[in-house]
Write a protein that binds this ligand. Structure first.
Ligand SMILES: [Zn+2]
Length: 412
């Protein structure tokens, strides 16, 4: 077991004037308290406490200051303070909530005063979706968070940690690729080839797909009915309940995908590259094909984080034509019915085949044809960098670095 740490980047989406004012108040109080405790050269938590206790801040910000100021004065022996320190909160102060039924799916609770907090919609870095799923499922722990503003936009950076298994040392050639196809009808399809190259033990979750479709339908029907009667609050609690049920189904399915992978020797899970799908499909097509977007991203993210947790490598491949090509000869065929794939190549022995399995085998095969793009490495490297930065002496510089990365990845 090793521990992975990552800084999760969240952009707070358009806080209204009232909430902006509250955020600014928090920042001002925090920076005054920090400056005061620093000027007083507090070297212990008790000394820092005596100073920060007088400020109108939440206990989470005060506790963070009590830990941070003695570090500045003793460990780093800092001479002066940068004027744009982020507001720190200890881990208990923050909460994350997921509402996939909303346009903005994620919400964060930010402490303001002693018993007053703000819930704000937040847009995460899409590359970190797997981490958010892990945090949301209680499989990763949130640590300290930092709140800051850059050019009028507020950001929250949250440290998160989780335990993962080391990947076994098998080289890429020795692994058995398992194609994982995520779609609407049967939520997930998995298949791999046996030692002789024949597709074997396909598994799909058609009943679960049906359950999810029904739950979604119930939600949208009820929403329409209730909204015309002005029952926004009922819609919300009803919606939360239904979407939690859907999430439970997703977690069960993704756990079973891991069991499937565990039953295969030296497995590598092969997924379609989500970014590529977004770029290559028009929005309407994407929404129709992929459970209206969110389901695909959620399942994808859950599979990713659970695989890393178990030490099973994950690769992504170009998804182009994975459902349209014949896994035996590579020709583009067609689907006379949703469930059937037909190869149009006269020289190919295959003819008709189960469409779900054909797609999953094609995804697995792309791993071998080297169209895959490893992201595993990125995830591993990240931990040391971010973990180190958090406690580095030039803290405001570190934050500037992180901020650069934020802009580069998703803030533009
Ligand atoms: Zn064929």
């Amino acid at each position: 077991m090793t521990e992975l740490t990552k800084t999760l980047e969240l952009k707070l989406v358009d806080p209204n004037a009232h909430k902006r004012r509250k955020l600014r108040e928090t920042r001002e109080a925090y920076q005054h308290a920090l400056q005061d405790a620093f000027d007083a050269r507090c070297t212990t938590q008790t000394e820092a406490n005596d100073v920060v206790v007088n400020y109108d801040l939440s206990g989470y910000a005060k506790n963070a200051l009590k830990q941070y100021v003695p570090q500045l004065t003793t460990t780093y022996n800092a001479g002066e303070l940068h004027d744009d320190h982020p507001v720190r909160f200890t881990n208990e102060g923050l909460r994350l909530d997921h509402k996939p039924e909303n346009g903005i799916e994620w919400y964060v609770k930010i402490p303001h005063h002693e018993d007053y907090h703000l819930w704000l919609p937040a847009q995460p870095n899409p590359e970190q979706r797997d981490w958010l799923e892990a945090v949301n499922a209680g499989d990763a722990e949130m640590g300290e968070s930092r709140l800051f503003e850059r050019e009028g936009t507020w950001f929250l950076h949250v440290t998160a940690t989780r335990d993962v298994e080391e990947c076994s040392g098998e080289s890429a050639e020795e692994r058995t690729p398992i194609g994982v196809d995520i779609g609407e009808a049967s939520l997930v399809k998995v298949c791999h080839r046996d030692d002789h190259g024949s597709p074997t033990t396909p598994e799909l979750w058609a009943d679960e797909g049906k359950t999810v479709r029904q739950l979604r339908k119930t939600y949208f029907t009820a929403k329409r009915r209730l909204q015309t009667r002005g029952g926004e609050r009922i819609v919300e609690s009803f919606g939360d309940d239904l979407w939690n049920q859907i999430d439970d189904v997703f977690h069960r399915v993704t756990r079973e995908v891991m069991e499937y992978a565990d039953s295969v020797e030296n497995p590598v899970l092969v997924l379609e590259d989500l970014t590529y799908i977004r770029e290559s499909m028009d929005y309407g097509e994407f929404m129709n094909r992929r459970l209206h977007g969110w389901g695909f991203a959620k399942l994808h993210a859950q599979i990713r984080y659970k695989a890393v947790e178990k030490g099973i490598p994950v690769e992504t491949v170009n998804p182009r034509n994975t459902s349209k090509e014949c896994h035996a000869c590579g020709e583009v065929g067609y689907r006379p019915r949703q469930a059937t794939f037909t190869c149009t190549n006269d020289a190919c022995w295959m003819g008709e085949y189960q469409a779900d399995v054909n797609g999953a085998v094609n995804i697995a095969d792309r791993y071998l044809s080297r169209e895959s793009r490893s992201r595993e490495h990125e995830t591993d490297d990240d931990s040391a960098g971010d973990g180190g930065r958090l406690t580095a002496p030039q803290d405001s510089h570190a934050d500037a670095d992180t901020q650069q990365a934020t802009r580069g990845t998703y803030a533009s």
